[in-house]
Ligand binder design. Structure first.
Ligand SMILES: [Fe+2]
Length: 299
């Protein structure tokens, strides 16, 4: 499938964009509670629970679910499958089942990676270092246990980030759509290359016409194309993340809660585990090469 000529995400299509923008902004939620769906059985959602999650993801690219019972990894997997999320990204630190258990790690390969520490994580979308054909389109983040303190996430719909950028200056959006705007140098472990250099755009349009975003706010180990428009766009995003924009949702997941999303922008605050076992933060994270079904011109 090729990109539709009338895609609202192509800056030359002002009329299609105006229409998309109006629909996007209409009744856009501004409170995290509006994104929450109570679910009885994650492995077998009712038609109504499923429809609510799809409706939210169509609007904001994310939904928060509150499950009645604890979920194991198999249940997280089954939850995703009900939304067409089947192709898991078996990234470096994921367990053999393809789902990562994010917790403070004291050994092994994962100790070098910030997600497996209690440190804050800056704004990003997942898998920004993946190959173009293996971009992470959707994620499920499920909370098994939260920390004693901290570990809050903030989320920003990447379509809203696109809209706010384009609103200010369409040339910024174009600058971020350049195919080699962002380069991640190769990942080396003990002198051995375990991931090659990856270049790609920030914003791209998927085969089904959806908007995809590849981004990290981290300053180290990222090479941005030297282009004043790129710099201005990045500065705008930085100011947006630091603002109290109504479009940024902040939430600390409780046990049995999770987020299912089309890889929206997110960050994590630092945290401190408690003294007892119940407050050792543990989140399951599944990354998918599929997008949540029925969320973009797919009904
Ligand atoms: Fe992430």
């Amino acid at each position: 499938m090729s990109i539709p000529a009338n895609s609202p995400f192509l800056t030359r299509n002002d009329a299609a964009y105006a229409q998309w923008r109006e629909a996007k902004l209409q009744e856009y939620p501004t409170r995290i509670e509006e994104l929450c769906v109570e679910i009885a059985d994650a492995q077998q959602l009712s038609a109504d629970e499923h429809a609510q999650i799809v409706r939210l993801c169509r609007k904001t690219n994310m939904a928060l679910y509150r499950a009645a019972r604890p979920l194991d990894k198999a249940a997280v997997k089954a939850l995703g499958e009900q939304f067409g999320l089947c192709r898991l990204d078996h990234n470096l630190c994921a367990d053999p089942d393809g789902i990562a258990a994010l917790q403070v790690s004291e050994g092994g390969r994962s100790q070098d990676y910030i997600p497996y520490s209690d440190r804050p994580i800056n704004w990003h979308t997942d898998g920004y270092y993946n190959k173009p054909e293996e971009q992470v389109q959707a994620i499920i983040l499920h909370c098994v246990r939260n920390a004693g303190e901290g570990g809050e996430n903030a989320y920003l719909d990447h379509e809203m980030a696109y809209l706010l950028l384009r609103e200010k200056n369409p040339a910024w959006v174009e600058a971020l759509m350049q195919p080699e705007v962002m380069t991640i140098p190769a990942n080396q472990e003990n002198g051995v290359e375990i991931r090659p250099t990856q270049s790609g755009p920030v914003f791209s349009i998927t085969a089904s016409g959806a908007l995809h975003m590849r981004y990290t706010a981290r300053a180290r180990n990222i090479l941005w194309k030297p282009d004043p428009l790129v710099q201005e766009a990045l500065d705008f995003l930085t100011r947006l993340f630091q603002s109290n924009s109504a479009y940024i949702f902040r939430y600390r997941l409780n046990p049995n809660e999770g987020v299912i999303c089309n890889n929206v922008l997110h960050n994590r605050s630092g945290f401190a585990n408690g003294a007892d076992n119940a407050h050792q933060r543990l989140l399951y994270r599944a990354r998918y090469f599929d997008r949540i079904k029925h969320t973009w011109n797919e009904l």
